[in-house]
Design a protein around this ligand. Structure first.
Ligand code: ZN
Length: 328
């Protein structure tokens, strides 16, 4: 095994499930576009769409193990997903599209500790938020994932300060979605703004801004410039390049490749989001032959690494997560 700081890690891999193994996970896809998206995602994971009807828990876990083992990665950060809550702590399960409880995530990670690093998810308005944070820390979790615009997490809410302070004191990294979101229902689009991250940053939390705050569609605001401005002020702020090989999000790539921003970027795939070389080719970031070669790579995690390398990211982007977990 390489030295801990040299481990190649994909910092953004979703666990999904349907509860079929008793996991308590659920996947609720009412709207047709979201159902379509789920089919595409299952296809990307190289699974038949029948798994959406039954047995998703076990199929996804097995598939993820095979994908990580069959790639040049040492490990992936595997993400839980909390349900949305009102600011007063009332749960809003009907507003969520999928749920992956921390307990299940931690169980899956414990079954494959060499491959999976747990990123738990706790809405800070939850009445048991601090207790759940304690439980997760005790279980060894050092990354917490939030999707503020879909879960309704307003980082500016002063009531959450003790939560950020505890995270900082425990050296827990916040992996936060930033920018718009197309594949899931959004509760409050304003919460996509990365400038709200100054609140947890102010408390000393190390933050990774997922997707570097770019556009997810054609019309939502592009916050990447605002995020890059923040890099100067906040040395503990980073970005990930997850989902940036998707056809619309790829517009963010040319903005984060130049110096000095590139040194703050971590490698992430956003599995099971589609990874396709079409967008990078259309932008002139890769040639047609590279795009063609990428289509022959059946392992979606490896395809993402292949494309990101060809686009201009190097091994430092793959090892940055390990360096970060070593120093925070
Ligand atoms: Zn994601």
């Amino acid at each position: 095994m390489p030295h801990a700081a040299l481990r190649k890690i994909d910092c953004h891999v979703h666990l999904i499930g349907d509860g079929s193994s008793g996991s308590d996970c659920w996947l609720r896809l009412k709207a047709i576009p979201h159902r379509l998206m789920a089919r595409i995602m299952v296809h990307e994971a190289d699974l038949p769409s029948s798994v959406l009807r039954e047995g998703l828990d076990t199929h996804i876990e097995r598939r993820l193990v095979a994908l990580v083992r069959g790639s040049s990665l040492d490990a992936v950060v595997l993400l839980a997903q909390d349900i949305p809550h009102r600011d007063d702590g009332t749960p809003l399960p009907d507003k969520g599209a999928f749920f992956v409880p921390n307990k299940y995530l931690l169980d899956v990670c414990a079954r494959h500790p060499e491959l999976f690093i747990p990123a738990v998810s706790i809405h800070p308005a939850r009445r048991d938020a601090m207790d759940e944070l304690d439980r997760c820390l005790l279980a060894g979790a050092r990354v917490l994932k939030l999707l503020p615009n879909c879960l309704n997490v307003d980082y500016a809410d002063a009531r959450y300060r003790p939560f950020w302070e505890k995270m900082a004191a425990s050296r827990m990294i916040l992996l936060s979605h930033t920018g718009g979101e197309l594949s899931l229902p959004v509760i409050d689009p304003k919460l996509a703004d990365p400038r709200l991250l100054r609140h947890p940053l102010d408390c000393g939390v190390t933050v990774i801004a997922a997707h570097c705050a770019g556009r997810s569609g054609l019309w939502d605001p592009d916050y990447t410039a605002a995020l890059l401005d923040m890099f100067d002020k906040w040395p503990r702020l980073f970005g990930d390049n997850s989902a940036l090989c998707a056809p619309l999000r790829c517009q963010t790539l040319p903005k984060i490749l130049p110096e000095p921003a590139r040194h703050r970027i971590l490698h992430g795939s956003d599995f099971p989001v589609a990874v396709n070389g079409f967008g990078p080719w259309r932008l002139g970031l890769i040639n047609r032959e590279t795009w063609r070669q990428s289509r022959h790579q059946p392992n979606v995690l490896q395809r993402d690494i292949f494309l990101k390398h060809a686009i201009g990211f190097d091994d430092s982007h793959l090892t940055r997560m390990a360096e970060l977990s070593d120093v925070v």
